[in-house]
Design a protein around this ligand. Structure first.
Ligand code: WTA
Length: 650
């Protein structure tokens, strides 16, 4: 990881919009610098202040940070709190009739839920769970469509101190079973089905299959009647409505220790079985609420929409806990961006007057491909801020988002963070920090990010290396559920001096801005030059005929690795002579954009790329395909398995 070469130069700079900055919570670079200085001079005092500002404690904490059992850091110990109280009860005196959730279903029908109604439903379900014998510390798996009841289920668990583990509704029965068993959950909360793009997602059937294949601990399944067609398995199943009917209208919240696990969330490593990332109640809530307020600059009159599913960390921090801790109104969407047509997101922004919109680069690129005419049909003037997360955003996609969706007036918050970090780590404060397309900009105040070599030594500007966080922060991963050793090995490898290893490579520019170059294991080594795949992909996507690109290395006798690019073109997939011509065009283009060293040796065209359900390109599979092998092993997390054969040319 020493001296990773950086070859992408992006010179455009967008200073904060003055009209935006004038009203922002943190409205100038000086205000940002002051917060950074505060954190530097009194780290614990800084976090204690924010913990008191953003979270309501039942018993105040006395220790801010306990490092005695590092790297299992403990935050806000002796403090007690309840996450559902922070997300609901404390708003009721002033906001009982405020809309918490505007839920748009796949078919376009809309439900609105106030904070009072949210309270009543969470309490009813929490009492129902108690009646099933669920108590503090029990694990509950949630496998739901993207509907308000998913958040209600999470909050009901939190209310009684149960630990939830949400499994994305797009995962297979197999993946679900493995996660259920790893958590040791006694209960699953699911729905009879969900709707995505006009098609039924048979969630209950998947739960049944998972249990049939062996989930020895599961005693009961709660089924929300989304479609009204559930097949109940006598003993084991109970409908949500039967469980909640006639329950008391109050449910005393269980005040848990700050370190009590709020949830487990499984995330894939590059190898091995999924890791159950464990988050703690107090610290998680502090960072989730604080970043929602600072990075998205949320106010009482905003209509906020994060398009992530609750099955991902983004749905935990920026759908359920963060926005609800702040008491904002948010849109929740069951469906997909392309149904009934590619204008759905933009129509919804107009319909609900969304002011803050947060989505992923993969969605932005897909929608960009449809042309500017599509968003032009909707009135997007309610928007005031745009966010992105999940992977590096190519400068071209950033510019499109800025120009066509943001009308050149909305700041773009490119937020770098991970399941393990729990909340935004590196992201622009929109009223304070000038943005550069493709950069997640600067660490948030209180986040000590750095770039180091493999020995943990700091390296200078414009050299790529390991992205690390040098000090613990409140919402950090506490452990991998049931595997402390793997936790330590994966995130705090000995050589790195106790720094948290993110597993991403990045560089800082002369102004200290961070540019994420990709995951460490995606790094190419071509003729002794280390190249981040991201930069070559960005160059490819910058070509007017290219919609999407992924680059991997393939072993090469002389050069170490040769570069193989998988490209999705705008319009039809080129074949025959047209493909040959396009290959030449793109190779010359990359040579021109970056230099001959980055020229792909091989380019293959597909209608799409193999992606995880969360939209991440699976480079591991592409590396196999580049070598001419159909991947062995588990492809069950793949959105579109058929694409593998096409890319292989079979
Ligand atoms: C990548 C999602 C560049 C990165 C919140 C990270 C990003 C991984 C960005 C975590 C960004 C996320 N720019 N890369 N703004 N955001 N990533 O756990 O490689 O699903 O390590 O969390 O996504 O993915 P995860």
């Amino acid at each position: 990881m020493n001296n990773l070469e950086s070859i992408l130069t992006e010179n455009r700079v967008f200073p904060p919009n003055p009209a935006f900055a004038a009203k922002a919570r943190i409205g100038s670079r000086a205000a940002y610098d002051a917060l950074v200085a505060e954190a530097n001079s009194d780290y614990e005092g800084f976090w204690a202040r924010l913990a008191r500002e953003f979270v309501t404690w039942d018993t105040p904490f006395s220790t801010v940070l306990d490092e005695s059992n590092a790297p299992h850091y403990r935050w806000f110990t002796e403090g007690k709190l309840n996450a559902s109280v922070n997300c609901i009860d404390r708003h009721l005196p002033t906001k009982a009739s405020k809309i918490a959730i505007i839920a748009e279903a796949d078919d376009g029908s809309v439900r609105e839920i106030t904070y009072q109604q949210l309270h009543d439903q969470v309490v009813a379900l929490a009492n129902g769970l108690k009646s099933l014998g669920i108590t503090q510390g029990d694990r509950v798996v949630i496998y739901m469509p993207m509907i308000p009841e998913a958040s209600i289920a999470m909050l009901a668990c939190a209310r009684i101190g149960a630990i939830h583990s949400v499994v994305f509704g797009g995962f297979s029965a197999e993946a679900l079973r493995d996660r259920i068993n790893d958590t040791g959950a006694r209960l699953v909360i699911t729905a009879d089905g969900g709707m995505r793009g006009g098609r039924m997602v048979p969630l209950k059937a998947a739960v049944d299959k998972a249990i049939e294949n062996g989930c020895p601990n599961i005693e009961q399944v709660v089924v929300f009647e989304r479609l009204g067609n559930a097949t109940l398995m006598a003993e084991r199943d109970i409908t949500w409505s039967a469980l909640t009917a006639g329950q008391p209208t109050t449910c005393p919240p269980v005040m848990v220790d700050a370190e009590h696990p709020l949830f487990l969330l499984y995330t894939s490593g590059s190898t091995g079985k999924p890791k159950g990332v464990q988050h703690a109640t107090g610290g998680f809530l502090v960072n989730a609420a604080m970043t929602n307020a600072w990075v998205f600059d949320l106010n009482d009159d905003d209509v906020y929409w994060c398009t992530a599913d609750v099955g991902w960390i983004t749905g935990h921090s920026y759908v359920t806990y963060g926005p609800m801790a702040l008491g904002v109104t948010q849109v929740m969407f069951e469906g997909i961006p392309s149904y009934p047509d590619g204008g759905r997101f933009w129509q919804m922004i107009e319909r609900h007057k969304v002011s803050v919109f947060y989505t992923a680069p993969t969605a932005i690129r897909a929608l960009m491909k449809l042309g500017d005419e599509v968003p032009a049909k909707s009135d997007l003037s309610s928007l005031r801020l745009l966010g992105t997360v999940g992977e590096p955003i190519n400068p071209e996609a950033w510019m499109w988002y800025h120009r066509v969706i943001g009308g050149e007036r909305c700041p773009i918050a490119d937020t770098w963070w991970q399941t393990e970090t729990g909340a935004h780590m590196i992201a622009p404060l929109p009223g304070a920090i000038a943005t550069k397309p493709g950069s997640c900009t600067l660490p948030l105040p209180g986040i000590m990010a750095a770039i180091v070599n493999d020995e943990g030594e700091l390296i200078g500007p414009n050299q790529g290396g390991n992205l690390v966080i040098t000090r613990p922060w409140p919402s950090m991963i506490r452990t991998i559920w049931g595997d402390d050793a793997r936790f330590q090995r994966s995130y705090f490898p000995e050589k790195l001096k106790g720094y948290y290893l993110a597993g991403d490579s990045a560089r800082r520019d002369n102004e200290g801005y961070f540019w994420i170059m990709g995951r460490i294991d995606d790094v190419l080594n071509v003729s002794g030059h280390r190249l981040g795949t991201m930069e070559i992909e960005s160059a490819l996507v910058a070509h007017p005929l290219v919609a999407e690109a992924a680059v991997v290395g393939k072993p090469h006798e002389i050069k170490g690795e040769s570069i193989v690019a998988f490209v999705v073109c705008k319009g039809d997939r080129p074949e025959g002579v047209a493909a040959e011509a396009m290959v030449k065009t793109l190779r010359d283009w990359v040579a021109e954009q970056i230099g001959p060293i980055a020229k792909p040796d091989e380019i293959r065209f597909g209608d799409n790329l193999p992606k995880t359900r969360s939209g991440k390109i699976m480079r591991r599979l592409l590396r196999g395909i580049a070598k001419g092998e159909l991947p062995e092993g588990d492809v069950s997390t793949l959105e579109n398995p058929a694409i593998l054969e096409q890319l292989l040319g079979k």
